[in-house]
Structure formats: structure tokens, C-alpha cells
Design a protein around this ligand. Sequence first.
Ligand code: CUA
Ligand code: CA
Length: 609
Amino acid sequence: MRHRSSVIALVSVLGTVAVMRSVACAPARSGRAAAAEAVYVAPGEWDKYYGFLSGGQSGSVFVVGIPSGRLIREIPVFEPRAAYGYAVHENDARRQELKATGGTWGDTHHPAPSEKDGVYDGRYLWINDLANARLGRIRLDVFETDRILKIPNLQGAHGIAVVSPDTKYIVVNGEFEQPTDGMATNPAPYTSVVAFVDPEAMEVRFQVRVNGNIDIADSSKDGRYAFSTVYNLEQGKDMESMMVLDRDAVAAIDIPLAEKAVAEGKGHVRNGVPILEPDEVPGLLTLVPVPKNPHGINATPDGRYVVASGKLSPTVSIIDAKTLKILAEPEVGLGPLHTTFDDRGNAYTSLFIDSQVVKWNIEKALAGAPDYIVDRVDVHYNIGHLQAVGGETMRPAGDYLLALNKLSKDQYLPVGPDMPESQELIDISGEKMKVIASFPTPPEPHDAVFIAADVLSPKVKQVFDLGKDAVASGQEGIVRTGPRSVTVNMTMIRSAYKPETIEVREGDRITFRMTNVETIRDMTHGFALPDHDLNVALPPGYTKTIEVGAGKPGVYWFYCTNFCSALHLEMRGRLVVQPRDSKVEVADWKSASNVSGAVAGVPSTGAQP
Ligand code: CUA
Ligand code: CA
């Protein structure tokens, strides 16, 4: 029967469709399982890499395990952070330093680890503050900011780079041009400078004048040149006038020549820093013309080339890192921003407009081979930076690449009109790239670098070294140092403050010198003093000295904010502020084990108990 046979035919077609569906799903599932396995780090196991993501307008650095994407730490740099007791109180020395150098917020873009022999040595990580022309330095043995440098004569500290191979300088580019003498009334054209910062002293050694909005930075692997992209060769002051020329430039500064000129006194000192004028030092500055409003600049791991990404041109420019000649300008796609590298001669360029990462072969592109594009992969969405593990060093790993996307749109549970930022991890170990995971972060990572756990974790300290200002156990005390000033030398150890009771008078200034005398890792104690805007977190071995006004008469319980033991809730004490005219005696106090000795380092003017 025809009717029957057509039913059979329909059933068999549906069956085929069902089979096809299950066939189509099977590899997809195993692909998901393989991807999940590739980024799975079991409880108790460690990630292979530390990922350092700039926090952007969070003013910090996010530390993320790679490949898991787990957030391990945030390192506050330019912004106070109560979680780590960082720069919280008005009188905190770091907060005052931040205020004195530009403000209590920052815009961090480019993390740059210290290098030895062209690879990361795990000592320091530098990070820029674009907004306030600052450079922060993080000690990687304690994951804490240790220096903040305000860079004079420069606005918009954007691209930074460590000068390879041994971190001779940190290069900081001034993106925002300003009147040459800093005076808004001056009719002179706006110009800018590249600053060369001594990495140990954290001082600006010299600056080189470069006109045209100095953007992203890198150095040649031999330390000869500092490279920067320059996108406003027009020296325009509005957007339209910055996009007139077909070509802007890569600026190459000859570092040994600059050093020689500075030594010969050719710098014009302004705000304590010698500024070199390229007109006066022949050969100091080479402008390599590249199209058009270029952005990223990245030296290849072998040191032979430097790649400028075209941004408004769909090309990258491959420049010989020694002769500074352009060798090729292959097309890669729309909106090329940054380029990174694997260990097999391939480059990976982020394409902002195409929302893609494009993989291309360097030698094939140089040879003009038609098949220089190896692969493309979609990312979500509108990628800015990208970074492969070790891509900025002389030994890239060729395993993972992180895409730092500007928009996440539909990628995560919606959280209101503003969505989290989106990072995607890409497996680059094979011929084809595979997006294997994504993870969100607070706003807004710009760039990332990765340091192998093998390199860094052995260098990380278990406890802070006791500083010269540390209070030792047995040296605790409360000392009246003047008619209106009291010093409290305090220790904390599970789970008590010593002293536990602090009596002062209204109008007193109290200097808390506090040491966490714990000797094992992770035993952090907090010291939160309500109604005094004071919240300090002290990791083991840490000392903090801070001066606080006594405030209104009353009893204030200070308490530990970091869970530390079964007696954590009991870890508290009282600040008793007597009224100014109180007849209650407010006596000095000393630790019982030190009744006869003076309190170290603190002038004692009060009566000894
Ligand atoms: Cu100390 Cu909780
Ligand atoms: Ca331009």
C-alpha cells in the first residue's frame, strides 16, 4: 500500500534524523568533556600558571589560576581595599602617598613582570596607572604593592614594558600630549615623552620627547630599542584630526644612544628629569611609518621582528628589529589590536571588529605565501588584548592563550544593564585553536601575563619578615608620649590582642603600632575599629603603624575581621575614651614580661607601672 509505505518512509527518515542528531551530539559532548577536563584543576591541586590580569578601573591586579580561571587574589595598587586592609584609613601612609601622587583610584592596563635572560624571574610586577601618570611595583614574594611612582612631565601613562632581557628599565609611555612646558597658555604644540624608569630605585632616569600620542610599548629582545606605537602623528586635538594621515608610526628609541646623550648632559632637566630632544641627538629616534592609528607593538620571541597591529588598517606591519625596515604588511582581518606568539613560529592577533583571534605564520607571511593564515576562532565579544603564555618572553609555552574581551553580552547570567568582563581561554597547542573555557571578572582587565607556578610559587614567602618597626612579644605597651598623644605597641596572635584594653582621653591622638607575631602562613588577623574608619588586615609577620584620633568619649570594641580560630569571636578589645575632664586616671600599661624594660623604639614620657 502506498499509504503504508510512505509512513514507513517517514518513520525511517525521522529515524535517520534521530540517528544523525545523536551522531552530531556525540562528538559535541566529548568535545565539551575534553574542554572541561583541559581546564579542570581538582580540589587541592594547583594551577599550572599564575595569571596576572590588570584590574583596569578597579585600580588593581587580579591573580587568576590558569587553566582553571579561579580567582586567587586581588592585589590592590592604586585604590584602597578593605579586604586586605590596604590604604583604608585617612592616615594610612599608603593612602596618603596615593593622594599625594594623584588620587585614591587608578586605571591599570599593562602588567609587566621582571625578566632575567629574557624570561620572567618572579621578582616584581609593574603596572601602570594611566589616569594619574603613575607606575606601581608589586613584590611577587608577598603579592603586595611596595612602591608607587609619580612620573613627572607625562600625562596618560599608557603602554609600559620591561626592557629585555634583564629589566634594565621600565618604559612608560605618555599617551596624552600636553603643552610642552606644561602651561595651558603656551601656543606651542602639544607633545609627550617616553619615560625610562630604574626598576630597583623606582626613579625616572630620563625621558625622550616623542610627538603624536605614544601608545603601546615593547622593547627589542636585545635591549637596544624601546618601541612604541604612535597614533596621532598629526598632533591633532580632536578625534577627526587624529585620523587624517594614512600612516602614523612606530617610534624606536635607541637606548644606548639615549644613555650616552644623558651622560653627556644633553638632557633638558624639567621637574628633576633630563628630557632628550630627538632633534639634538641624531639617531636617537627613528619613526617607522606604519598604517593607520596603530595600536599593539610586540617583539617576536626570537628577537628578529617587531609586529605593529594596524587598528584602523586590516594589516599588521612586520618590522625588522635590527634594521627597522618594514618587511611585510599582511592582511589579518578587521581591527587588529595586539599580537602574541607561540613556540612554533606562529603569531596570534586580536581582531576587535571581527571579534576573532587570527593565527598566522610569521615566515609564510614574510615570504608572501598565500596560506599564511593558519586559523581563525570567534571570541565573545570584541577582543582587546590577547596574551599567550610566555608570549612576551623569549620562551613562549605554546599551550594557552587568553582572550580579554571587551563585551560579554549573552555569555553569563544577566546582572543588570552592566555585565561582567569576559575572558576566554584558548588551547593553542594544536594546529586549530580551541576555545575551552571562559570566566568573568569585575571591570576591567586590559591585559594579562602568566608566570609558571614552578617559577613563582617557590619564591613566595610564608610569612612577612619582621620589619625594624615590629613589636616583639613581651614588648607590648601603652605609652603616653605627650599631653595629647599615646602610642599603643600591640601584638596579635591566636586569638588575642595585647593590650586588650586601651584607655585614652578625648582629644588624644593614638598611634597604633601593631604586629601580627604569628609565624605560620595564612594566620592573618584584622584590626577593625568601629566609628574610626579603621580596618587593617595584618598577615603573619606584618607590622602596621597608623595614627588615629581618639574620637568621642565612649567605649569602642575593636575586633578581628579575619577568621582565625575557634576563639575568633572573642578576639576583641576595648578602646575606652574618657571625657577630657574625666577624673579617671589613664595610666600607661606594659606587658607583664617587660615591666622593667623600656618599650623599644618609643619615647616613654609617662609613669612606669
Ligand atoms: Cu584573629 Cu580572627
Ligand atoms: Ca593618525
